[in-house]
Design a protein around this ligand. Structure first.
Ligand code: SF4
Length: 414
């Protein structure tokens, strides 16, 4: 049985990893315990509004590497611990039976060597599935430079794997995480993507990483702009087939002279998530969202900012515009756009009909016409004034300052 002290150290060490969340995996119970749910794990909201939880823990916080931003790096004199595979398995089953968790997010510092650590992780997930008959959701962190044979085997037992890119450029990796390089992170991701495609070709995709791969980037620990981060994100979605890229705004948890001494505001992270939704669900490209060397504006969400930079595109007529054009209108989310295209087949839509389709009219009205009539402000500067948060307040603004914005944050509607 794992001691309380060890549990505290290993769960505390895992808390900075945000690359878990909604899984998309569906694993059926075959007479054992637990189910992997379609909509995910780790304090994530399912489509029916349920929040489900998972045990987020490290195998060890005893690292041989020295990433300068990391509290678990080799040098500091902090309490260290290593769990055994048996301890993790017993804990998962115990917590599952008590209804504390529905899945596991298992990560680790690089303990002794990449291969040694990967072997511990592999033994744990294999044991959970084969000896403890646990069918709940498992998200496993991959260990860079570990033997790919073990990584591939692990992928057969878990729902999702992730390698954290952490820093968006090779230069920053060299400076802040000198034992890692881009290739040691990207090549296992690439190999897993290829193998998953082979399983899919044989119609066996449920056997190999059914919930795919994710990654995480730290925002603001290094000088890369949002434009650079979004280009890397776009290439990860297009070339690696990643399910999600997570962004974690930098928080100084260790003192180091090359790192910023102040946290990066959460608003920057929030804007990146909004831009990420535009890439995944709204047909935007990184080039359209932010120039390579620039950050996203803080006072406008990235869709409004794009709309104001492209006035020639607007207004779009709600009753005629193709779906792709509707998706570009600020305030019209992906679901609303589909609803509009369905509803207008039967009757022309008026302005008052849009509110019922969850269109955020206070934004959309400036970019649309309904039956040829325009309901927005008279000129661009008036529109900007109505949409933008005052620059000096933008950093302090509550991210979810009204009901519509809070709802949009949950649904990803922009
Ligand atoms: S590899 Fe780097 S980020 Fe990961 S635990 Fe070790 S020091 Fe921390």
């Amino acid at each position: 049985m794992i001691t309380e002290e060890k549990l505290k150290i290993l769960t505390e060490g895992a808390k900075y990893d945000v690359s878990c969340s909604s899984s998309g995996s569906s694993r059926k119970n075959k007479g054992g315990m637990g189910n992997g749910y379609v909509a995910g794990c780790c304090h994530s909201f399912t489509p029916d509004g349920r929040c489900i939880s998972l045990l987020k823990i490290l195998m060890s916080n005893h690292c041989i590497y020295s990433c300068r931003y990391c509290p678990n790096r080799a040098d500091p004199d902090i309490p260290r611990a290593v769990a055994t595979p048996e301890e993790i398995c017993e804990l998962v089953i115990d917590f599952y039976k008590r209804n504390y968790i529905e899945g596991l997010f298992l990560s680790s510092a690089v303990y002794r060597s990449p291969d040694y650590t990967m072997e511990l992780l592999l033994r744990t997930v294999k044991m959970l599935r084969t000896q403890y008959n646990f069918h709940g959701y498992i998200h496993l962190k991959g260990i860079p430079r570990a033997d790919m044979g073990m990584v591939r085997q692990a992928a057969l037992y878990v729902d999702r794997m992730s390698y954290n890119i952490e820093l968006p450029s090779e230069r920053s990796l060299k400076l802040l995480a000198p034992q890692k390089d881009k290739e040691s992170l990207l090549s296992p991701m690439r190999a897993l993507t290829q193998e998953k495609a082979e399983y899919a070709q044989e119609r066996k995709s449920s056997l190999f990483l059914p919930a795919g791969q994710t990654t995480q980037m730290i925002v603001g620990a290094s000088p890369e702009s949002d434009g650079q981060i979004l280009r890397l994100t776009q290439s990860l979605y297009r070339n690696m087939g990643l399910k999600r890229v997570y962004y974690s705004s930098y928080v100084p948890v260790v003192h180091d002279s090359v790192l910023p001494d102040k946290p990066v505001g959460q608003l920057r992270e929030h804007r990146l998530y909004q831009a990420d939704w535009l890439l995944r669900f709204y047909g935007f490209t990184a080039d359209e969202i932010a120039p390579e060397g620039e950050n996203l504006p803080m006072d406008l969400d990235p869709k409004c900012a794009w709309a104001l930079r492209n006035p020639q595109f607007f207004p779009v007529e709600i009753n005629r515009a193709p779906l792709e054009a509707l998706l570009r209108v600020p305030g019209i989310g992906a679901k609303s756009a589909y609803k509009i295209t369905e509803a207008r087949r039967f009757a022309a839509l008026g302005f008052e009909d849009l509110g019922r389709m969850r269109v955020v009219l206070k934004r959309a009205r400036h970019f649309i016409t309904c039956k040829g009539k325009y309901y927005g402000a008279k000129n661009e500067s008036a529109v900007r004034g109505l949409l933008a948060a005052p620059a000096e307040r933008a950093e302090q603004l509550s991210l979810f300052s009204d009901r519509e914005t809070a709802l949009a944050a949950l649904t990803g509607d922009l």
